[in-house]
Design a protein. Structure first.
Length: 269
């Protein structure tokens, strides 16, 4: 899958103020290199932008959500633009789920959902300065698996249209080891979530967080450093699940990314 073109509108090739490379497409991620602690403008348009700071080494991640179109980053008068072409997304239908996992909740269930949501906000707010993501992911299941759902599929549960599915579903036998796709720090490990059943979040740096749902056992804990390929959990079917599988997801600062794209990270980046 080819990356979208990256163009610099006002550049000085010998000493660029900012340069970016990676997977410039919907659901993708780029790494920009600029001056240490530079305040970089990240924009979806001339009137829709905000700023993020590069780290002490001048490195800044930028992710693109499922339905992003044109984006750009800008620093010191230099702009790097990204033309993000639309991707085709599947439709994913799941029937036979209990109604309390789709659209009918008791007051007690709503309390559990709200409590789980509050805990997730803390985990996703992690902003580790140490960058564990260097040059691509490996798959979190290294044994045999069957991919049952692609990133971005429009989800229909018991005939009810829901939000798109932001994960990649990998079906494997219960107990199959799950490993970290890259180095990182565990920002959340919770085995009592309402929809997810069990949920694990790993911060790979600057809020690039991969996460894992429906596991049988989590074998790491909050704050633990993990290395690429280290076991972190086992496949299960807890929460809103119809069979043993791993739902593998990725976020960057509230943007939903496609974790599979990072397994295709260009070697020249």
């Amino acid at each position: 899958m080819a990356s979208a073109p990256v163009s610099s509108q006002t550049s000085t090739p010998q000493t660029p103020s900012i340069a970016c490379s990676g997977m410039a497409q919907q659901g993708g991620l780029i790494v920009c290199r600029t001056e240490p602690n530079a305040k970089v403008k990240i924009a979806r348009g001339e009137d829709d932008f905000y700023f993020e700071n590069a780290d002490d080494n001048g490195v800044l991640f930028v992710g693109f959500d499922r339905d992003e179109s044109d984006n750009f980053v800008e620093y010191a008068g230099e702009r790097v633009s990204f033309d993000l072409s639309p991707r085709d997304y599947d439709t994913s239908k799941i029937d036979g789920l209990p109604s309390n996992m789709v659209n009918e909740y008791t007051e007690e269930e709503l309390k559990r959902i709200r409590a789980a949501t509050a805990r997730k906000k803390i985990g996703f707010a992690s902003r580790q300065e140490e960058i564990g993501f260097k040059d691509g992911f490996i798959y979190p299941i290294q044994a045999d698996y069957i991919k049952t759902t692609n990133f971005g599929a429009q989800r229909i549960l018991n005939g009810v249209p829901k939000r798109p599915h932001y994960g990649v579903d990998l079906a494997a036998p219960k107990g199959t080891p799950i490993v970290a796709p890259a180095d990182g720090i565990v920002s959340m490990a919770d085995e009592d979530m309402y929809f997810e059943g069990s949920l694990l979040l790993i911060d790979h740096g600057q809020g690039l967080i991969s996460y894992y749902l429906h596991m049988e056992d989590i074998v790491v804990e909050d704050g633990q450093h993990v290395k690429q390929g280290e076991q972190v959990a086992t496949v299960g079917t807890k929460g809103r699940s119809t069979g043993p599988h791993l739902c593998w997801r990725l976020k960057w600062r509230n943007r939903n990314l496609d974790p599979e794209l990072l397994t295709e990270w260009p070697s020249e980046s």
